[in-house]
Design a protein. Structure first.
Length: 237
């Protein structure tokens, strides 16, 4: 299904996003569903990235030396991969009992853009996403998620908040439909500009392409240099 949707993209595309745990759904059974970085899902991601000549990113259940991670894989068309392990594990659903938390941020570079990535629950924790005082750590914040409809107001609010406080574009990709536990997901995938204006929002299953312009980002940061006044701090891991 994902392969068909990815191949349907006709526009020249730099980054293609898939949801959190896109190959399994959000699951607390990593021993049954996890695979290592040489497994079939990552191999498929590399193949599709090469075919579309674009970065393909989404989160999977990754196994490493007997430990499991909710890992966003960043597959480049060259066959190389980077990854980010979800920092904040959703204890409300027992994720902290099944997975190991990540310790490092992952900021990628694509076509002159610096891109920071989060996975779902990370979005609730502003310190982890916060720009440094210089305000140029990253230009785009991406969050892939399995965020349920019953708490969707928080999702929409936090996406806008992260854009405003970090003066960056934000792209939040959420799943739709029902999962195996009869939990409903209504999407509300969004793209938000550095002033917090929603540029795109959808509650349905679809493939949507949007072009971001660096000039808009530069204009906002130059006109409103708020990040210069930000607090300085260090995060201990």
């Amino acid at each position: 299904m994902f392969e068909e949707k990815i191949r349907s993209i006709a526009e020249k595309t730099e980054i293609i996003l898939l949801p959190e745990m896109f190959s399994t759904g959000f699951s607390m059974e990593p021993a049954r569903l996890g695979e290592n970085m040489n497994g079939p899902t990552v191999s498929w991601m590399k193949k599709m990235a090469a075919e579309k000549k674009a970065v393909l990113a989404g989160s999977i259940i990754a196994e490493e030396e007997g430990k499991y991670f909710n890992r966003l894989v960043w597959a480049l068309p060259t066959g190389e991969t980077g990854w980010y392990d979800k920092r904040h594990l959703f204890a409300f659903a027992g994720e902290d009992k099944c997975y190991k938390a990540g310790k490092k941020r992952f900021i990628a570079s694509v076509n002159g853009w610096k891109i920071n990535v989060l996975v779902c629950y990370d979005l609730r924790f502003p310190v982890w996403a916060r720009q440094s005082g210089s305000g140029d750590e990253y230009d785009l914040l991406i969050c892939v998620a399995n965020w349920p409809e019953r708490r969707i107001h928080a999702w929409k609010t936090l996406l806008v908040a992260r854009a405003i406080e970090n003066q960056c574009f934000v792209a939040g990709l959420n799943r739709v439909g029902s999962d195996g536990n009869q939990i409903e997901y209504n999407g509300d995938s969004m793209i938000v500009d550095p002033l917090g204006q929603v540029l795109y929002q959808s509650e349905r299953e679809e493939v949507y392409t949007f072009t971001l312009h660096k000039q808009k980002l530069t204009e906002v940061r130059e006109r409103f240099p708020f990040l210069r006044d930000a607090d300085h701090f260090l995060i201990e891991t």
